[in-house]
Design a protein around this ligand. Structure first.
Ligand code: PEP
Ligand code: MN
Length: 339
């Protein structure tokens, strides 16, 4: 349920609405917006009577939200959510480009790649310090040491850091380095973790689970917004299908569907989506043509010796070629590549 009020509504009218919501066992969420003041209501809204609210001072409209997800829906908030990072934004015309290795492997490795990406104008560096690997015998990440190196990169190069958290116990240390906390595909429905990550107030990059529907993804995002954290970036990274010739099946259909149903920005990770480096650029271009707000791409200076996901990583040279193509494509789809 959504209560629309004028932007200039007196505080006491807004407080009265919120109190009435709470006294009925529901939770009011003031939704940020430029043109009107909206109060989203979650909880047992079937107990609420629309007319009781319609008659209250400053209330303009009462809307019933029919989707299972509420706060993330366009019904609740029609304007696109734009997240401002100072040096860049996501959710507006600017294409967000996040690039970097799958994992932090050493101080030299992360500085080498980050330095080359910074030269190209990339503002967001991705790299995992805690890695969720399918096999317990695979490289699990440098953990605390990896976070330490990311903090150094952040300080010395001024790049924004995107890095994954695997459990609530390491949320504190991961948030020290992360400008954006990544929730990986395997944890998309780890509701305790995503709620705790949401409570940090940091922007969250929520990757789609490999067997999750679009609705599941939006419901997971709903957990974060219901912690009053509206800074969520969704990420399509491929789903499991019967197809085995590629690592995953990149579901580009999800982009226009999500754009229609949610105000949240959605980016695409074609590296995990297709899993084959030389095919990543085409899928990246296709993602932008589908209306994505940005891309997350794995880049490694020596893909053949990477400790994780080398096969799907682009060399800095190939990545630069992709950036050139993206800058040509962007204006055609009403986007802008700001480097
Ligand atoms: C990653 O980004 O390196 C990663 C582990 O991705 P996903 O969670 O999508 O598999
Ligand atoms: Mn990876």
């Amino acid at each position: 349920m959504l209560i629309i009020m004028g932007l200039d509504s007196p505080d006491k009218d807004v407080e009265n609405v919120k109190d009435k919501v709470k006294s009925n066992g529901c939770v009011p969420h003031v939704i940020p917006g430029a043109s009107k003041l909206a109060i989203g209501i979650t909880g047992p809204t079937n107990k609420l009577n629309d007319e009781d609210f319609q008659l209250m001072p400053s209330v303009q409209e009462v809307v019933r939200v029919t989707k299972k997800y509420k706060l993330v829906s366009r019904q609740m908030k029609n304007e696109d959510t734009v997240i401002d990072f100072g040096s860049a934004k996501v959710g507006n015309k600017e294409l967000m480009i996040i690039a970097g290795p799958c994992s932090v492997e050493s101080r030299d490795q992360i500085f080498d790649i980050a330095g080359q990406l910074k030269e190209m104008g990339i503002k967001f560096l991705r790299a995992g310090a805690y890695k969720p690997r399918s096999s317990p015998y695979s490289f699990q990440g440098l953990k605390e040491k990896g976070i330490e190196y990311l903090l150094e990169v952040k300080k010395e190069l001024g790049m924004k850091i995107v890095t994954e958290v695997l459990n609530p116990g390491t949320l504190g240390i991961v948030s020290e380095a992360a400008d954006i906390i990544q929730i990986g595909a395997r944890n998309m429905q780890n509701f305790t973790l995503i709620e705790e990550a949401g409570k940090t107030g940091k922007p969250i990059l929520l990757k789609r689970g490999m067997s999750a529907t679009v609705e599941d993804l939006l419901l997971s995002a709903e957990y974060i917004l219901s912690q009053n954290n509206y800074n969520v970036i969704l990420c399509e990274r491929g789903i499991r299908t019967f197809e085995t010739s590629t690592r995953n099946t990149l579901d580009l259909n999800a982009i226009p569907v999500i754009k229609q149903n949610s105000h949240l920005p959605i980016i695409v990770d074609p590296s995990h989506g297709i899993g084959i480096g030389d095919k990543v650029p085409n899928m990246a271009l296709a993602a932008v043509a589908s209306g994505a707000d940005g891309l997350m791409i794995e880049v490694h200076h020596k893909p053949e010796s990477a400790l994780s996901d080398g096969y799907q990583s682009l060399t800095p040279k190939k990545f630069k070629e992709l950036l050139n193509k993206l800058s040509e494509l962007a204006p055609i789809v009403n986007k802008e590549l700001k480097l």
